[in-house]
Design a protein around this ligand. Structure first.
Ligand code: 5MM
Length: 337
């Protein structure tokens, strides 16, 4: 535990990350991903365009109403507004918690064809100290589980859960709340039942490893994927997705966990919002449910900005998406949905 930082502080931060009516904006695209999205929309993929786009997001007046925290990438946490305010300071001044992605990406897992293990443990203790000094309050690490022929292997599930737990323990030692993100990908033609089985297996192993690593569950936020059919699989309606996801979480996630903030995983914005509201409607549940969406919040914002660089119009979409998901986290669907 970092000097001066207590378990109580970390638990309070975790609770603040999932405070009612708010969720987390995932804006931690690594340079390659961010460039790909900019280029696709005809924007030059330069450091300055990545900075300007992030300023659009982080400087939107009123963002704090429905966004408790923003996950940043290493480049972004070191950047500043055009008039020189560092991005962590900009967020903190608005009452939004700055967070940082600390994994270095999913890399091929040796001996396991088609599977990955997320890397970034080497030097992590020192990087955490640096990020805390820059104002970060929480961190994120994403493990990726692929469904396919004979996949995932038990080895991939264990390797990824083990890394997540070592990351989480290091974060808590260094004074950051870890977001623990085991993502079961939507790629494939599997049905919702297969996704449920794999999500069960992944969560069982994640919580076993967190326990071995002595991680304080009241000072983590879990960021799972929803239980969904594969993109090329048989479709499932919102009620089915919500029931399967909530049942899976009830079976596998201890009540001590501070909160659950879902990733969107390639669902469209409307589906991600509807699924969240429908799940919350199945409560009361042992933990708050909310969002930690990237694409489901940002896609329309980026498309709007790329089209005409109209900052006000793009920010209006961002605030509308944040409000809709903030409402969904309280069980309310937008009128139009
Ligand atoms: C924002 O995207 C994150 C991954 O970025 P890289 O692949 O560039 O490292 C990703 O981890 C994201 O935080 C989560 O998957 C949630 O985003 P989505 O778009 O799935 O809601």
């Amino acid at each position: 535990m970092m000097e001066g930082m207590t378990d109580i502080d970390l638990r309070a931060t975790a609770a603040a990350m999932v405070r009612p009516g708010t969720g987390i904006l995932a804006a931690d695209e690594s340079t390659g991903t961010c460039n790909g999205r900019l280029e696709k929309l005809g924007v030059d993929p330069t450091e300055e365009s990545r900075r300007a786009y992030r300023e659009l997001l982080l400087g939107a007046d009123g963002l704090a109403e429905h966004v408790s925290g923003v996950i940043l990438f290493d480049e972004t946490i070191r950047q500043a507004t055009a008039d020189g305010t560092s991005f962590p300071d900009l967020l903190t001044a608005q009452g939004i918690l700055p967070g940082i992605k600390v994994d270095t990406g999913a890399k091929p897992l040796a001996g396991a064809s088609g599977e990955t293990v997320t890397e970034g443990l080497d030097g992590l203790r020192e990087r955490i100290t640096e990020y805390v000094g820059m104002g970060a309050k929480f961190a994120k690490w994403r493990a990726v589980i692929n469904i396919g022929d004979g996949l995932p292997s038990r080895g991939a599930i264990v390797a990824n859960a083990h890394a997540l737990a070592r990351y989480a323990a290091l974060c808590q030692e260094g004074g950051l709340v870890p977001i623990v993100e085991p993502e079961v990908l939507m790629e494939g033609d599997h049905d919702i039942d297969r996704c449920r089985e794999v999500t069960d297996d992944a969560l069982v192993e994640v919580f076993a490893q967190l326990r071995l690593a002595k991680v304080d569950l009241a000072a983590i936020v879990l960021k799972p994927s929803m239980v969904l059919p594969g993109k090329a699989g048989p479709s499932a309606d919102a009620a089915t997705v919500a029931a399967a996801t909530v049942d899976c979480l009830k079976q596998n996630v201890p009540a001590a966990v501070a909160g659950i903030a879902f990733l969107s995983g390639g669902q469209g914005p409307a589906a991600a919002t509807e699924h969240l509201a429908t799940m919350v409607g199945l409560g009361p549940l042992p933990w708050p449910l909310t969002f930690s969406y990237g694409r489901a919040i940002q896609d329309d914002v980026l498309a709007s900005w790329a089209a005409d660089h109209d900052l006000a119009a793009a920010r209006a979409i961002l605030l509308e998406r944040a409000a809709a998901n903030g409402d969904a986290s309280q069980g309310k669907l937008p009128a139009a949905a």
